[in-house]
Design a protein. Structure first.
Length: 142
């Protein structure tokens, strides 16, 4: 595996303000990774923000402590990877990977299906009270 050419990390309470902070980290990341094509930037950013928003909106604390959102992003010459973590969260309903589309009238529930459409792979792991979604997207420099 090649070394990362650009990295950003974020960890704080899983609040709506955290989404803006993750977005700011992504904006700064693209300044360091100008070789990433615009389409890859846009789709990867959308997937990461959607995953982070899902943690903020849907993570249920496993104990009395609040859930924390963690996002670690690594950019390599030909791949983009984000680890989106829900620290202190209970295991999600459906195991964390169910990409079922809701009915046409539903107002939510499309997040994982959208993420899967935007990246090359999505995996879910759970370890020590932390849910982790790993999003990766293959990228060919412009």
């Amino acid at each position: 595996m090649t070394d990362a050419l650009a990295r950003r990390s974020f960890r704080d309470r899983a609040t709506p303000e955290a989404i803006e902070s993750v977005h700011n980290q992504l904006d700064a990341l693209w300044e360091d990774a100008s070789f990433v094509p615009d389409m890859d930037r846009m789709t990867f950013t959308t997937a990461v923000i959607e995953a982070a928003a899902n943690v903020v909106q849907h993570a249920v604390p496993e104990s009395a402590a609040p859930v924390e959102l963690g996002v670690d992003i690594s950019i390599r010459q030909s791949s983009l990877e984000a680890r989106v973590s829900a620290f202190g969260a209970a295991r999600p309903e459906g195991g964390g990977m169910e990409p079922r589309m809701p009915g046409n009238d539903a107002e939510s529930g499309r997040g994982l299906a959208l993420i899967r459409a935007l990246v090359t792979t999505v995996t879910f792991t759970r370890q020590d009270g932390t849910n982790v979604w790993i999003l990766s997207r293959d990228s060919t420099p412009a």
